[in-house]
Design a protein around this ligand. Structure first.
Ligand code: RIB
Length: 301
C-alpha cells in the first residue's frame, strides 16, 4: 500500500433490517414494515465509505464459505476495494439483525460468526499491508487481541492509527497508547473514560481522561448535534447538518471513513470533521447501511 493508503481491518456483515414504529421492549413482539437485506458490518461500512469518498482503500476481514461471504466479496470488488486480504473462515459469515424506529434510531444484534475468527495469526499474515499503510482504521467487531496486535504493528511502523471503539467492550490499557485518533460517540466515551458525557463540557473532560490513558487526539461524535475535536489541549465543535433522518445505521461508520479520506489528503482535523459531517448527514437520510453511504460527487465541499 502507498503511504496515502487507508487500510481498514474489521467486520463484514449482511444486515437484515425491519422498520418499525417503535423498537420492541423485552418480551414484546411488534409488527414491522418492509424487510430489506443489504451489505453492512462496521468495518465494511467504513471501508466502503472511504472508497466511495475518494480514498485508496484496502479492506481486510474474514467471511464464511457461504453465499453471504461470496456476495460480500463480489460486492467489495464492485465497489473498487482492494480485497486481496479478505480471508475465508470455517464459521458462517457475520449477520446483523436490525430494527429501525420512526425516529430513525436503531437497535442491532450481531451474530459475529467469521468476524470472531479474525485471529492474531491473520494479523501476522497481513503484516506487510499493516506496516506499509498510511492510516489504519479499526473498530471493535473483531477479536480484541487482533485489534491490539494490528494497532501496535501499525503504530511501530509510523502509520496513523484510528480507532472507532464500537461496540464498546473492555479494552486493555496498552491499546490506548497506540491510538493516534480515537472516534467514540458520547456513550462509548463515557464507557471508556468512566465519566458522564452529556454535553460539550463533559465530553471535553472525558476526552482529557482518555488522553491521560495515552490516546492522541479525539473526535467525539455527538449525533444530530455534531462532532467535538479535542487536540493539543484545545477543542473545536463542528455542528451537524440539520436534516430529516430516516435511519441512522452506518452514520458513524460513514463519519469515520470520510474522516480518514480527508486526513489522507492532508486536511486539518477541523476540515476533515466538516467533510465527515457532510457525508454522514447524507447517510441518515436513506435506509440501510452501505445502501445509504454517499459518493464524493454527492458532497459539495
Ligand atoms: O454500524 C452499523 C453496523 O453495525 C451495521 O451495518 C451492522 O452490521 C453492525 O455491524
Amino acid at each position: 500500500m502507498s503511504k496515502k493508503g487507508i487500510l481498514v481491518i474489521g467486520s463484514s456483515n449482511t444486515d437484515m433490517t425491519v422498520k418499525t414504529k417503535a423498537l420492541p421492549r423485552p418480551g414484546e413482539t411488534v409488527l414491522g414494515g418492509v424487510f430489506t437485506m443489504g451489505a453492512g458490518g462496521k468495518g465494511a461500512n467504513q471501508a466502503v465509505a472511504a472508497q466511495r469518498l475518494g480514498g485508496n482503500v484496502k479492506f481486510i476481514c474474514k467471511v464464511g464459505n457461504d453465499i453471504f461471504g461470496d456476495n460480500s466479496i463480489a460486492h467489495y470488488k464492485k465497489e473498487g476495494l482492494d480485497t486481496a486480504g479478505i480471508i475465508r473462515s470455517e464459521l458462517p459469515s457475520g449477520v446483523a439483525l436490525i430494527s429501525v424506529d420512526e425516529h430513525a434510531e436503531n437497535c442491532i444484534v450481531v451474530a459475529s460468526g467469521a468476524n470472531g475468527d479474525l485471529l492474531e495469526a491473520d494479523i501476522d499474515a497481513s503484516a506487510k499491508d499493516i506496516r506499509e499503510c498510511g492510516i489504519l482504521l479499526l473498530q471493535l467487531e473483531t477479536p480484541i487481541p487482533s485489534v491490539l496486535k494490528a494497532a501496535k504493528m501499525a503504530h511501530e511502523a509510523g502509520a496513523t492509527v484510528v480507532l472507532n471503539p464500537a461496540p464498546a467492550c473492555p479494552l486493555p490499557d496498552e491499546l490506548f497508547k497506540y491510538i493516534d485518533l480515537f472516534i467514540p460517540n458520547e456513550t462509548e466515551l463515557s464507557t471508556f473514560s468512566g465519566m458522564p458525557v452529556e454535553d460539550v463540557a463533559s465530553a471535553e473532560k472525558a476526552a482529557a481522561a482518555m488522553q491521560a490513558k495515552g490516546v492522541g487526539k479525539l473526535i467525539v461524535t455527538m449525533g444530530s448535534k455534531g462532532a467535538l475535536i479535542c487536540e493539543d489541549g484545545r477543542s473545536v465543535f463542528v455542528p451537524a447538518h440539520k436534516v430529516k433522518a430516516v435511519d441512522t445505521t452506518a452514520a458513524g461508520d460513514t463519519f469515520c471513513g470520510a474522516l480518514c479520506v480527508a486526513v489522507s489528503e492532508g486536511k486539518s482535523l477541523k476540515e476533515a470533521a466538516e467533510f465527515a459531517c457532510a457525508a454522514s448527514a447524507l447517510t441518515v437520510q436513506k435506509m440501510g447501511a452501505q445502501n445509504s453511504i454517499p459518493f464524493r460527487s454527492d458532497i459539495n465541499l
